[in-house]
Design a protein around this ligand. Structure first.
Ligand SMILES: *[C@@H]1O[C@H](CO)[C@@H](O)[C@H](O)[C@H]1NC(C)=O
Ligand SMILES: *[C@@H]1O[C@H](CO)[C@@H](O)[C@H](O)[C@H]1NC(C)=O
Ligand SMILES: *[C@@H]1O[C@H](CO)[C@@H](O)[C@H](O)[C@H]1NC(C)=O
Ligand SMILES: *[C@@H]1O[C@H](CO)[C@@H](O)[C@H](O)[C@H]1NC(C)=O
Ligand SMILES: *[C@@H]1O[C@H](CO)[C@@H](O)[C@H](O)[C@H]1NC(C)=O
Ligand SMILES: *[C@@H]1O[C@H](CO)[C@@H](O)[C@H](O)[C@H]1NC(C)=O
Ligand SMILES: *[C@@H]1O[C@H](CO)[C@@H](O)[C@H](O)[C@H]1NC(C)=O
Ligand SMILES: *[C@@H]1O[C@H](CO)[C@@H](O)[C@H](O)[C@H]1NC(C)=O
Ligand SMILES: *[C@@H]1O[C@H](CO)[C@@H](O)[C@H](O)[C@H]1NC(C)=O
Length: 754
């Protein structure tokens, strides 16, 4: 089969794997005079939009590029669930914000592997394409952001490590020549606003310094590029005056040139209708044609929308774009389909045999529950948890609150259709010895009072208050303006807590300022459960009853309620700034948290210690910068060069078997900051540490872990004193010293305004 696409041709023999394919040269050699390279062929502008009509003359089928799978194959333009029976559901995992709290990259790869297996099964039965516009890997830096639930949290190292595992699971590692699906890292970049007090994402111009761009907004995207993710999505906003989809600084200088994201199948897609936004409201060019051309020229290959189809033909006639530019985009897009094996015969493709028997398998269902269990964070416990229920007893557990019987809410957004949705009430009803009572919504004390809920609670032995946001209050297209508990809820909960019974607050969705309950001795325990997916209720009950021990850690800072008044969402600055009054953002630059990033309690006690083997005369733990870098001269990316493996020994000194997340932060007096800061540089989750047992986690540090971004964005190794701090709060430290001259590890490309 010969595909003639504009003037680009891809020669493929039907039934023959496209592995090792070569794109024929239409400019030189024998094909230059062949008809298939005829420049006069109609330009197929429709191939550059997400709902591609294909090219009938060439028997190139229509193709829908838009599929979603944020936490399982999801309802989206290109995914079609059956009404009943086979393919009427897919496994629905927790939202990334909860999976991020597990700090378990092996778990993430396993989840992503299931998602891509199910996606392939859907594709084999013509129920989806192979290009997925997931993950959302913008760092969740402001607690108001409506899409924070879609991300694994606020820390750039955490997100980088998470997304590396995720992309591997989605795109498949078994056969490097065939992609399982194409994953898309979005939204590139500094996209942090939905609609905050009338500041809309479509017009927002994010002002970011080179230093904070390089150190905070970019690392997750660099990790995507280095993981060979198939696609990137440019965002709605502008960055320092340039709409990201028309920024050759972002799409060429950084993404393709600096990060070496240059394979012939890697493409950039615009966010949906973002190319319209480049023209209006961003006013980037005077005409629609020039605007569309600017995006294509900058390196946006595919348009989610119709803007390219509508305006590129005129742009072409006006000479704003040429054949080479069109060919490049079409080559990348069809290169991706070739790499996916889209044109291959079934027998040559390892994923073509997957079918409905591979969807929602018992393994996948267990994994969905386990992922929720691993992420749930215990924030407070006076010893009430775990709850004990003698199987032959009859303990009345009363469930109150907006999410006490939540089903779909537990999935969060970008969800699919789950086979089942086990609510907390359902799961409580399954526990032998428990008389589960659903007491309904709390009511509104300003109008109807709440004697009914109080009455139900008065008959309870244990009260579970399960609160979560309404769909409209925490979502895409909308930011929060408040992160406090409402007066009404505090009033109700306090009355319930004061009944003198075990009162457990299970906080779902995003973070709120729990200060009113943390210090209240009548609140026995607080647990955060995010958006736990199809088995959310089962996971919550397994943690409450101690069937599974909690070990999740907060992947974000829990801010005090007044934080929303301290800094506008439009302020992209991360460092405290006396001039603007910005108090600083994230645990890295803000230390007044209600509950800090990385916090999480257990049902047992752990002690952690560090013992680095010092080699030879290195008993002061001193390292010479020139020696360290000279030893890495053969590594293409010096930042990836190993520095030191730090063994952290964790002992379970209590009585309960439990996981433990080892978090390693780097702090010290060195580099460009006028004050000491700490940031996460390594983590590892240890599993099933039994009572009186030790396990050792090796934290791996690279030279990049030690590098700090200077004002120009360069990553620099600075001489000075460093401390590796283990756990939150710190339980163990390892101190070391770097000596010698500063060394630039990564020279950051400067924005010349192009
Ligand atoms: C999917 O569509 C293709 C092309 O139309 C067809 O050959 C194939 O039989 C379909 N497969 C299924 C499982 O319906
Ligand atoms: C860039 O990527 C290519 C593969 O596409 C690889 O061969 C090359 O080593 C990479 N270069 C660097 C500097 O990482
Ligand atoms: C898919 O299902 C088949 C039949 O149950 C099984 O043999 C195969 O191992 C499964 N493959 C994967 C990747 O799960
Ligand atoms: C458990 O106690 C409740 C409330 O007292 C009662 O209604 C119910 O019948 C009891 N169930 C069993 C199995 O004893
Ligand atoms: C709980 O939710 C399920 C699913 O929406 C519904 O069928 C059931 O009636 C609800 N139970 C109560 C007690 O409201
Ligand atoms: C806790 O509840 C008791 C009643 O059971 C009440 O007397 C007390 O004031 C409450 N404590 C707080 C701190 O609210
Ligand atoms: C942890 O240790 C403290 C103090 O040593 C002790 O009071 C507490 O009971 C222990 N907790 C658990 C869960 O073992
Ligand atoms: C940790 O590193 C040490 C020394 O490099 C090695 O012997 C050990 O096997 C490693 N442990 C794990 C769990 O990887
Ligand atoms: C590490 O250095 C810090 C700060 O200089 C110091 O407070 C701490 O005691 C040192 N820890 C160890 C284990 O030497």
């Amino acid at each position: 089969m010969a595909l003639v696409l504009g003037s680009a041709i891809l020669l493929l023999s039907s039934g023959v794997s496209a592995v090792g394919h070569i794109f024929p040269d239409c400019r030189a050699g024998p094909l230059a005079t062949n008809d298939v390279c005829n420049k006069g062929l109609t330009k197929n502008f429709g191939l550059l939009v997400s709902t591609s009509p294909g090219v009938e003359r060439l028997q190139l089928p229509s193709y829908e590029w838009w599929q979603e799978a944020l936490h399982g194959v999801a309802t989206s333009v290109g995914v079609s669930f059956a009404d009943t029976g086979d393919f009427s559901y897919a496994t629905s995992f927790p939202q990334p914000i909860l999976m991020g709290a597990a700090f378990d990259d092996e778990l993430i790869e396993a989840v992503a592997t299931v998602v891509s297996t199910e996606a392939r099964a859907f594709n084999n039965f013509n129920r989806s394409g192979l290009d997925y516009w997931t993950p959302n890997i913008n760092a969740y830096k402001d607690p108001r952001w409506g899409r924070g639930q879609e991300t694994p949290g606020e820390d750039p190292y955490h997100l980088s490590s998470y997304v590396t595992a995720l992309v591997k699971g989605l795109q498949g590692g078994e056969d490097p020549d065939i992609l399982k699906v194409v994953a898309t890292c979005k939204h590139f970049t500094a996209y942090d606003i939905e609609d905050w007090l009338g500041n809309e994402r479509y017009e927002f111009d994010a002002k970011v310094s080179p230093q904070e761009l390089a150190e905070y907004y970019m690392p997750p995207f660099e990790a995507c590029a280095r993981s060979n993710v198939g696609s990137f999505m440019c965002s709605y906003n502008a960055l320092n005056g340039v709409p990201t989809c028309s920024s050759s600084y972002l799409l060429q200088d950084i993404l393709r040139d600096h990060w070496n994201w240059t394979r012939d199948y890697q493409y950039v897609v615009s966010d949906c209708d973002a190319l319209q936004n480049v023209y209006k409201p961003h006013n980037w060019r005077d005409t629609r044609e020039a605007s569309a051309a600017s995006s294509l020229l900058a390196g946006t290959d595919l348009d989610c929308g119709f803007y390219y189809q509508l305006h590129l033909p005129t742009a072409y006639e006006q000479g704003l774009i040429d054949d080479d530019t069109l060919d490049l985009a079409i080559t990348r897009l069809y290169g991706a389909l070739i790499k996916l094996g889209y044109f291959d015969a079934a027998e040559t493709n390892p994923y073509r045999s997957l079918g409905f028997s591979n969807v929602s398998t018992p393994y996948a269902e267990d994994l969905a529950r386990k992922a929720a269990e691993e992420g749930i964070v215990l924030i407070k416990n006076d010893g009430t948890l775990p709850l004990q229920f003698p199987p032959d007893g009859n303990v009345t557990v009363t469930l109150i609150g907006d999410w006490a019987n939540a089903t779909k809410d537990m999935q969060g957004n970008y969800e699919g259709i789950a086979k089942y949705l086990h609510s907390p009430y359902y799961a409580a009803s399954q526990i032998p010895g428990v008389n589960a009572v659903y007491a309904g919504l709390p009511g509104d004390p300003t109008t109807d009072g709440y004697p009914r809920v109080l009455e139900a609670a008065s008959a309870a032995d244990i009260i579970l208050y399960i609160d979560g946001p309404t769909v409209a209050s925490e979502a895409e297209s909308k930011d929060r303006t408040l992160i406090r508990w409402s007066g009404e809820k505090i009033d109700i909960m306090t009355q319930l807590a004061d009944l003198g019974k075990p009162f457990i607050l299970i906080q779902m969705g995003g973070q709120r300022d729990d200060a009113p309950f943390l210090d209240d001795p009548n609140v026995s325990a607080i647990m955060w459960g995010g958006y736990p997916g199809q088995a959310g209720g089962d996971a919550i009950m397994n943690i409450l009853t101690g069937k599974v021990a909690p070990a999740g850690r907060l992947p974000v800072t829990q801010y005090p309620a007044h934080y929303v008044d301290d800094v506008p969402m439009t302020d992209m600055g991360l460092r405290p700034n006396e001039e603007t009054g910005n108090p600083g953002r994230t645990y890295i630059w803000y230390d007044q948290a209600t509950v800090p990033f990385g916090f999480g309690l257990h049902y047992t006690n752990f002690s952690a210690s560090v013992a680095v083997e010092e080699s030879g005369d290195n008993d002061c733990s001193c390292y010479n910068i020139a020696d360290l870098t000279a030893a890495c001269s053969a590594t293409p990316q010096i930042s990836q060069c190993p520095f030191q493996t730090v063994p952290v020994t964790v002992s379970n000194t209590g009585a309960t078997t439990s996981d433990f997340v080892v978090l390693g932060f780097l702090a010290g007096e060195h580099g460009p900051e006028p004050y000491p800061i700490k940031r996460l540089v390594s983590y590892r989750r240890l599993h099933d540490i039994t009572a009186d047992e030790d396990q050792t986690a090796n934290l791996t540090l690279t030279l990049g872990s030690l590098g700090r971004r200077d004002e120009g964005g360069n990553s620099v190794l600075y001489p000075g004193k460093y401390s590796l701090l283990v756990d939150v709060p710190t339980q163990a430290t390892w101190n070391f010293t770097l000596e010698g001259e500063p060394f630039v590890l990564d020279e950051w490309p400067q924005d010349t305004g192009a």
